[in-house]
Design a protein around this ligand. Structure first.
Ligand code: NAD
Ligand code: UDP
Length: 340
């Protein structure tokens, strides 16, 4: 018999959210997924709809929501730079108003609430690897600020609700995560390189490719989120969840070319403004408090992700954006999208 069995997942039609919903449904929870389908898709909900204990509601977290639940995972927010920079004011509103609304809901129904925060709260870090006690190096006025500062403000709200209302909160700082169901045109490095490699197009490495990221496979990340939610109430975080194996972007491109048997060439394109130079999580806190470590090696995770995109391309499901997907992303993604 599960306790706290009614779970709300905001952003559940997105990449990480859909995997999280699937995991929670398999564990026997009743899952209510809310999403405004800004970057998420109905396609991501297909498998979830086969579970009798799944419910979907189209809703924007910037508006109040009245439901009865025991746990809330707050993931609603565009996560890729081209998506969150397309309508930056909306991005900040989603993080801040969304957090206020979901915290208000949690307070009313006495639910535990987990925030999907991000390594971007560390900005372009002056400390390496990044531990949770590092306060970050964030530009408050640049093109990435809507996301970085929105997420930082959401963290503040979570901890103030904890101090002021004794709310059981959890804050996960998620580092770069990849896997099946990433949006094929979201500009994120793993999805972009894989699609380019499968189409034998040039692989666009920004800058000289010497900057680094640490890539966590989505199943590992979901395990970390679930463990954090079920940890004792005094385990609030913030807690880093990510894979500490660090790779240069050039190494990532070479690995993807190798694994996909592609004839793509690497080309160099300008480095975006405020692009962090290095990123690697210190996960000792997650190890100690959640007994959590990622178990999927990069090559293993990439093989599964390449297989997903390969099938997507073979199915010819990459096509011009259907009108119901909305005008925003059509421009942001060059008019190409996954069929919703
Ligand atoms: P995603 O874009 O695939 O998913 C985000 C989901 O939120 C989408 O389904 C979108 O439609 C929905 N959404 C956006 N604005 C909304 C709103 N106002 N109301 C309701 N729904 C809304 O991104 P993802 O990679 O799955 O990221 C999920 C969460 O994890 C985000 O909060 C993101 O900031 C965080 N995160 C992700 C990564 C990563 O590498 N993927 C890293 C750090 C943090
Ligand atoms: N990147 C790249 N080529 C691309 C897309 C991204 O070289 O076509 C780089 C990007 O500049 C960044 C890294 O890959 O240094 C990770 O980018 P992503 O957008 O996936 O995540 P974030 O910058 O938010 O970590």
């Amino acid at each position: 018999m599960l306790i706290d069995r009614r779970v709300l997942v905001t952003g559940g039609a997105g990449f990480i959210g859909s995997h999280l919903c699937e995991r929670l449904l398999s564990d026997g929870f009743d899952v209510l997924c809310i999403d405004n389908l800004y970057t998420g898709s109905r396609g991501n909900l297909q498998r979830l709809r086969t579970f009798p204990n799944f419910e979907f509601l189209r809703h924007d977290v910037c508006f109040p929501l009245y439901v009865e639940v025991d746990q809330i995972y707050n993931l609603a927010c565009p996560a890729s730079p081209i998506h969150y920079q397309f309508d930056p004011v909306q991005t900040t509103k989603t993080s801040v108003h969304g957090a206020i609304n979901m915290l208000g809901l949690a307070k009313r129904v006495k639910a535990k609430i987990l925030q999907a925060s991000t390594s971007e709260v560390y900005g372009d870090p002056a400390v390496h690897p990044q531990a949770e006690d590092y306060w970050g190096h964030v530009n408050p006025t640049g093109p990435r600020s809507c996301y970085d500062e929105g997420k930082r403000c959401a963290e503040t709200l979570f901890f103030d609700y904890r101090r002021q209302h004794n709310l059981p909160i959890k804050v996960a700082r998620i580092f770069n995560t990849y896997g099946p169901r990433m949006h094929p045109n979201d500009g994120r490095v793993v999805s972009t390189f894989i699609v380019q490699a499968l189409l034998n197009q040039d692989i666009t490495v920004h800058g000289d490719g010497g900057h680094t990221r640490s890539f966590c496979y989505v199943d590992d990340l979901v395990e970390g989120l679930v463990r954090l939610m079920s940890a004792p109430d005094d385990t609030t975080g913030p807690i880093n969840l990510g894979n500490p194996s660090e790779f240069t972007i050039r190494e990532l491109a070479e690995t993807i070319i190798d694994l996909s048997g592609s004839s793509s060439r690497i080309v160099h394109t300008p480095l975006p403004i405020d692009d962090p130079k290095r990123r690697r999580p210190d996960i000792s806190k997650a190890d100690e408090l959640l007994q959590w470590k990622p178990v999927t090696a990069l090559r293993e995770g990439l093989i599964k992700t390449i297989a997903y995109f390969d099938e997507l391309l073979r199915d010819k499901r990459l096509e011009a954006r259907p009108p119901e997907f909305g005008p925003h992303l059509a421009q942001a993604t060059g008019g190409v999208a996954l069929r919703a």
